[in-house]
Design a protein around this ligand. Sequence first.
Ligand code: ATP
Ligand code: MG
Length: 386
Amino acid sequence: MSNNVILVRFGELYLKGKNKDYFENTLKNNIRRKLEGIECSLYFGRGRYVVKDYPNAVESEIIFKLKQVFGIHSISVAKRCGYELDDIAALAISMIPDNCTFRVTTHRSYKKYPLNSLQMNMRLGEMILDSKSKVSVDLHDPDFVVNVDIRENGDVYLYDSAVKCAGGMPYGTGGNGLLLLSGGIDSPVAGYMLAKRGMNLTALHFHSYPYTSEAAKQKAIDLARIIDSYCPGIKLMCISLTEIQETIHEKCKPNYMITLVRRFMMRIASKVAKDNACGCLINGESLGQVASQTLESINVTNAVVDIPVFRPLIGMDKDEIIEIAQRIGTFEKSIEPFEDCCTVFLPEFPLIKPTVEKVIEQESLIENYDELIEKAVSQIETIKLF
Ligand code: ATP
Ligand code: MG
């Protein structure tokens, strides 16, 4: 069993006021759920949590998993000992490199400890200097900081650094949103960003089988599985756009294809959102990235929905989006070369500046418009992810 512990820190800001318990309890449950099946014990103290009593071999796995829990801002791997001053000093001495400048910073949540924080810093500093000839104290810019955390439970934790984690708000505290999940790079990142603010995600993928392959749909399923590691229990649904696209292709002007498909998508998505108690849609649009993401195009597609559409990537460059996709582990899957339903019947010159009037004119050529939507929604398929 390791004598290390993992200290878990969460943000303070949202933990004030009446909602404090709700946020904290959700975070605790999310951590418990994440570490389910791993041998360890969890202690939930005020302002900080501790994972301990785990075998050495699982430490890196626990760290990996904690980094996927929204609401955790940083963690530190700490060494543990009891209140005995000699033991604390011995541990500090073992941690400090032989040739460096250092500082001791003590934090006492156990206020009855015989030495106060300042006295601890000085006493430990002396003991370290006595035993190591090549180290010296630098209070302002040391090479090494020994943080000493004296707890009420009889434990003292020593650590030197903190690892930044996902941050954000506990998953599930920010309402429910429907993520339009394509197989591309952007939409998984868009979902991640809203989930990071605590939003519970449901995902909807459109396919155009047999114009798009089974593998293209599988890619969306694989992406949802990756997202599940941040958004536990995410539900994925798939809807076929095939008949709708064939109808548009048959009845409307070719250059309206994408605009019309996207308005169908948004209408269908709003219905699915309402059926699944989702209060908003989330997509991966970024201004000007493609013809369907100009301000005019966004206006025309947005006009058919009456719930908020969140576009967390709207002001981001592709390389910024890719950086996040790489960090959250979706990038490699997203770049697998499978076609998206938006590429079916792709016109040579898609509209860059559509107007609502002209688009409605084209839509009026489709007599069974509502029926097509009803039919698509009625054939929705819920995917079993695990
Ligand atoms: P992505 O990398 O997310 O595929 P993109 O640059 O390819 O984005 P578009 O194809 O215009 O952009 O799609 C914009 C957004 O519309 C996507 O980010 C996604 O939210 C949604 N979307 C596109 N295709 C689909 C689909 N097949 N199923 C569900 N949502 C989709
Ligand atoms: Mg796409």
